[in-house]
Design a protein around this ligand. Structure first.
Ligand SMILES: [Zn+2]
Length: 384
């Protein structure tokens, strides 16, 4: 991990570089800041810089023997501890090393992630994770070894908030009586969750929110988000890369929902079996996934509701504008008292069945056929 790969944080980066160049390297440090501010990649880049054999002015060199191993996070003097749990393959006393391959892969792919994503990566979504006492014993063993290649041994502890009490006490001992030349870096979001005895013995480095302008650059260069949208998202994400990425996904999803919905309704109204079939293939694709199917059905319900409101109350909920608004103006007349209850029932039923593992292709084709009929039902003219 290089400083240059970190989003923003230029002040903090140069401060860290200065301290290393001045030989002020504290043996116990606490990086505090949200995951989306980049505290973990900063800590890794810092360790890589300390260990680099050919330090450049603003970064590690990337090509010395130390950097080559750091780039893959396999340097023998670089150790990680992070929360883990038992899984179907690790049945008891799980330690970080059991999951180190997943950890490296995730960090190399994208070092901006949170505990939730880490849980997903190792398949423990439903569980609590901990840094337990078995882990702290493993740490002590490792740190008692002499440094192999670097002047220092590094121990990076991610989410020390999840240390259990026993492990916290062992860690405290390590911080009080470091073995050899060891640099321990705790990477936390909330220092209040740590033992005071630990925080008081570490040098605290606050990782601040990322400058909005840097988030804009990141979104437009790395995520291909348009300039204007990137600026809106940057303001809303409050310096947090993870929040910014989430907002990008949400807006991509809702744009896709609209396009899907419009093409579905066109296919159904024309009763064009070929189009309906192609559409069904698209939404039942496994890549699309059950959660997205549910989200899409919720979107469809909302559009139908909005159609009714526009149709009968002559007002709108203001949620839909731009292309969606134009579409709705034309679509609303097709949703009326003679078909809306049937439509809503079909969508609600489908939502229920998708949640219960229904076979998506059959479900969506069946719905499309029903809609083809319902959309052609005429609005009744009341004759007295
Ligand atoms: Zn280097």
């Amino acid at each position: 991990m290089h400083f240059k790969d970190i989003v923003g944080q230029s002040h903090l980066k140069s401060r860290l570089i200065q301290t290393v160049n001045a030989g002020r390297i504290s043996h116990a440090q606490l990086f505090v800041g949200k995951s989306g501010y980049g505290s973990l990649p900063l800590a890794i880049a810092y360790a890589q810089f300390v260990a680099c054999k050919n330090k450049q002015k603003e970064d590690s060199c990337g090509t010395c023997s130390s950097c080559i191993k750091f780039n893959k996070l396999v340097h023998p003097d670089l150790h990680f501890s992070f929360p883990v749990s038992t899984t179907s393959s690790i049945k008891a006393k799980p330690v970080s090393d059991d999951f180190i391959k997943d950890w490296r892969a995730l960090n190399i792919e994208n070092p901006y992630f949170d505990l939730e994503e880490w849980h997903k990566t190792i398949g423990i979504e439903q569980k609590q994770s901990l840094i337990n006492v078995a882990e702290s014993q493993a740490i002590i063993k490792k740190l008692n070894l002499k440094a192999f290649e670097s002047e220092f041994k590094f121990l990076l502890i991610w989410k020390p908030e999840n240390l259990n009490a026993q492990a916290s006490n062992k860690l405290l001992k390590l911080i009080e009586e470091p073995v050899g030349k060891t640099i321990i870096i705790l990477i936390a979001e909330d220092e209040e969750m740590l033992l005071k005895t630990i925080t008081s013995r570490t040098q605290m480095i606050r990782v601040p929110p990322i400058e909005a302008i840097e988030i804009v650059k990141y979104l437009s260069n790395k995520k291909q988000v348009g300039e204007e949208r990137a600026q809106q998202i940057a303001v809303l994400s409050e310096g947090d890369v993870l929040r910014a990425e989430e907002k990008v996904h949400v807006s991509e999803d809702s744009e896709m929902d609209f396009e899907l919905f419009a093409s579905w309704m066109r296919g159904c109204y024309e009763a064009n079996i070929e189009k309906m079939h192609a559409w069904v293939e698209q939404v039942s694709d496994r890549k699309f996934g059950r959660e997205r199917q549910k989200q899409f059905l919720e979107y469809a319900l909302e559009v139908m509701r909005e159609g009714m409101i526009r149709n009968y109350a002559g007002t709108s909920l203001q949620r839909f504008d731009g292309a969606e608004g134009n579409f709705l103006k034309k679509f609303a007349p097709f949703v009326h008292e003679n078909n809306v209850f049937g439509i809503m029932e079909i969508l609600n039923d489908a939502h229920y069945h998708v949640s219960r593992n229904a076979y998506a292709k059959i479900l969506f084709m069946d719905m499309s056929m029903k809609f083809a009929n319902l959309l052609r039902v005429k609005k009744r003219t009341f004759v007295s």
